[in-house]
Design a protein around this ligand. Sequence first.
Ligand SMILES: Cc1cc2nc3c(=O)[nH]c(=O)nc-3n(C[C@H](O)[C@H](O)[C@H](O)COP(=O)(O)OP(=O)(O)OC[C@H]3O[C@@H](n4cnc5c(N)ncnc54)[C@H](O)[C@@H]3O)c2cc1C
Length: 433
Amino acid sequence: MKTQLLLRHRIPAGGNLFHHATADPYHHFCALEGKLHADVCIVGGGLTGVSAALHLAQNGISVALLEAQKIGCGASGRNGGHIANGFSCELKTMEKMLGFESTKMLWQMVDSYLVNMDENILEHDIQCDRKFGYIYAANNSYQMRELASLNDRLKLKYDYQKTTLLNKADLGKFLKTTRYSGGLFDKTCGQINPLKYLQGLVRQLETLNVKIFEQSPAKAISQGPNITVHSEKGRIKSKFVVLAGNAYLNCNTPSLYNKSIPVSSFVGVTSPLSRALIQSILPRNVTVADCNKIPDYYQIVAGNRILFGCGINFLGKEPKDLKKVISNRIKRVFPQLTSFELDYAWSGLISSTINKLPHIGQINSQIYYAQGFSGHGVVLSGLTGKLISRAIMGDSKDFKLFSSIHHKELPPYPIKNIGLGIADFCNTLRQNF
Ligand SMILES: Cc1cc2nc3c(=O)[nH]c(=O)nc-3n(C[C@H](O)[C@H](O)[C@H](O)COP(=O)(O)OP(=O)(O)OC[C@H]3O[C@@H](n4cnc5c(N)ncnc54)[C@H](O)[C@@H]3O)c2cc1C
């Protein structure tokens, strides 16, 4: 049996990316040539693949990792760097879908993984600009009531005591805009430079002798007693395969491609701003996301610049006037920012599921996959990589909790494309007004 794998989109090699410009110069890994044996072959060099590789290698399992282009060229090296707890799906919706006990276990798993991430950053001295302090900002009184109810739910039902509700006046101490009705502050969430973080994990992989190959797209998987992943100039025989290509992987297995869609999101980074200007915008240097379904998300990053993410394109495309789209959103939130340049602007693909929960599972007993973090994957991708590695090592309890989440299929072509086209048109109208 053969599983065909393709790169969904050729990712632009350079791109005007702040993270790539500020991270360490790229360490290049050579392409795979010839035959190789490993216990596990991982397809995809983003946070999911690298995390799975790390947890396997730390337990003495031999790993080979194939990256189609460059480590971190996908979403993991082009995201907003927001470290947010939980899921893209709301907790009360999850409780209805999965029941309270399962939802609480999932929430606590993410929370503990976030603690593990910070321990690893400290232990391995990963210089990734980690900052603490996160605000969910309410655009209206309905969203404010929802935040108040989330705050109560977290404290009373989830034993999570790290949040504080902020009224409009309290919020004003953190954020100089009249746009919001209030917010919810979380002291352990915040931000990182995601590419610097990923590079730190890759350095750990190198010390553990993980074989890493770049410019080596996995093209097909054939199965026998061993499983073989075929690339352009070589192949890897292994006992297990982990598909960690997320939105950038196009796999011919219907259970994968029917359950998530690649949508694009946009990020821009301003030129350096004066201290006085920064004080007039984000005086306490917190990371912010608003509560809209398609949120604005922003923070101050290295060099006194503002990183601002926004918008979505349901067809996975990038607007021609990308800088203008982002600049307009910035001016709407901070009208006091009258003149600024965007030094960097880029887009990336988010793999989104219908219920906004990650889609994790197995194609068969040897092939595992993870996708569909729905724009909330900086923490979740690392966690799922860890859960897949534990399942491969024989402990599948937590993996099963995730993989038992039911995911609806998207409608087939052409209904899906017509639906996405309409969604995109409505979204463009929303962005313009
Ligand atoms: C613009 C943007 C902003 C975001 N902001 C945030 C945020 O602030 N906070 C947050 O929590 N989440 C955010 N996300 C989501 C988060 O970045 C992702 O969920 C996470 O990085 C997914 O990691 P991954 O390893 O699964 O996928 P990716 O990082 O996309 O890695 C997949 C890799 O697989 C490779 N690949 C694909 N097919 C093949 C093949 N056939 N052979 C070999 N390699 C292959 C690709 O080249 C790619 O490098 C954002 C995403 C985007 C795009």
